[in-house]
Design a protein around this ligand. Structure first.
Ligand code: ATP
Length: 353
């Protein structure tokens, strides 16, 4: 799909069948989660060589950031934790946003699928959230026009609205989905969200076999918590996308389970779906490692290492669903390392080399 929709091809940084991948651990729980991924990859012989780059959030300069972007451009692919933005300086933009913008990662995909038996507010959810990843309120163009009056620009462009809508419809077509719902607030933001909706309606004409409806963001949040099963594929602007992703990930088990994928025409970044830093739980051996492990599985699939992806997925699934080895966020009383040890135990029975 990436190749067809976004032009992304399997990256070329292969040496002896191995892939170089940039690893950006970020802050909070990021470094410990990356440690678990490396342990699992080592254990099952996943042919990935990580280039680890730590971005220090307390520095004002952008040297680390530029190094990270250069590395991703070289490798084509990154696995990423959340990078904190400590500085409140107006000139200091979020490094997470800067990376997505610089690499033109215009679409974010979060597949929210329930795990059986995991305590959750709704069962059997299977929704694909497709979010515009570079426009909207994240333009970070704010200024105080006169004292006490602050203006913030929300940018919607035809090109990016079209690229994300086309991705959503193409995803639905290729994955036998039935309906795309475009989320907006075009009743109030008539020009910006109006354009996003108008473009989605136009792109839909190329996909007549699919149903397309639209829903206002506030009603979407209410519908998501009361009747989430009505949603299939969602096409969203940047800010609505992050809100809805958090609501729906929350419905099926929280921040520690689901992964997110960011694609552009040339590069891809894999990360936990809700992009949390988890500063308060860092270093306590309680963070759920599953969302980052799922992100690493997405990355293996993207690179074509399907067999390694499958054994790690099966071992992780078995650990939390069948063996019920779960961290406290999922109602369990196991540690992060208990979860990883169980995954390794399962993998030891079926090594892939
Ligand atoms: P900040 O950047 O200030 O840390 P945030 O918006 O990134 O904030 P967090 O506070 O990091 O959000 O995360 C939101 C909630 O999700 C917190 O209660 C956090 O403990 C929880 N959380 C995030 N990731 C995980 C995880 N992997 N396992 C368990 N809980 C998690």
């Amino acid at each position: 799909l990436q190749k067809k929709v976004t032009g992304t091809d399997i990256p070329s940084a292969q040496y002896g069948g191995r892939h170089g991948v940039t690893m950006l651990p970020g802050g909070g729980i990021g470094p410990e989660l990356m440690g678990y991924v490396r342990e699992i990859f080592r254990y099952c012989g996943a042919p990935i060589d990580f280039e680890v780059i730590d971005i220090d959030p307390s520095t004002e300069g952008n040297d680390d950031l530029e190094y990270a972007i250069t590395s991703i451009k070289r490798n084509g692919v990154a696995l990423k934790g959340n990078i904190e933005t400590k500085s409140q300086s107006l000139t200091e933009m979020s490094r997470n946003v800067a990376i997505r913008n610089e690499l033109d990662l215009y679409v974010n995909v979060v597949h929210c699928k329930s795990y059986p038996g995991i305590p959750a507010r709704h069962k059997d959810i299977d929704i694909v959230l497709i979010r515009q990843n570079t426009d909207g309120e994240y333009a970070m163009l704010e200024h105080e026009s006169v004292r006490g009056v602050v203006e913030s620009m929300k940018v919607v462009t035809v090109d990016n609205a079209e690229r994300v809508a086309r991705y959503a419809f193409e995803y639905a077509r290729q994955n036998n989905r039935k309906r795309v719902t475009t989320i907006h607030k075009a009743n109030i933001m008539k020009l910006s969200d109006g354009l996003f909706l108008e473009v989605a309606n136009r792109v839909h004409k190329d996909y007549p076999e699919l149903e397309h409806n639209n829903m206002i963001i506030d009603n979407t949040c209410m519908q998501a918590v009361s009747n989430p099963h009505q949603f299939d594929v969602m096409n969203m602007t940047n800010l609505y996308g992050t809100i809805v992703s958090n609501v729906i990930c929350g419905l099926i088990g929280g921040a520690g389970l689901i992964s997110g994928r960011n694609y552009g025409d040339h590069f891809a970044i894999f990360e936990p779906g809700t992009r949390n830093t988890g500063t308060a739980i860092a270093g306590k051996n309680i963070a759920n490692p599953v969302a980052m492990i799922n992100a690493s599985i997405d990355m293996l699939n993207h690179l074509g290492h399907k067999e390694h992806a499958k054994v790690i997925y099966d071992a992780t699934y078995h650990t939390i669903v069948n063996d019920a080895i779960r961290t406290p966020d999922l109602g369990g009383n196991h540690s992060s390392t208990d979860v990883v040890a169980n995954i390794l135990k399962i993998l030891s029975a079926k090594r892939v080399n």
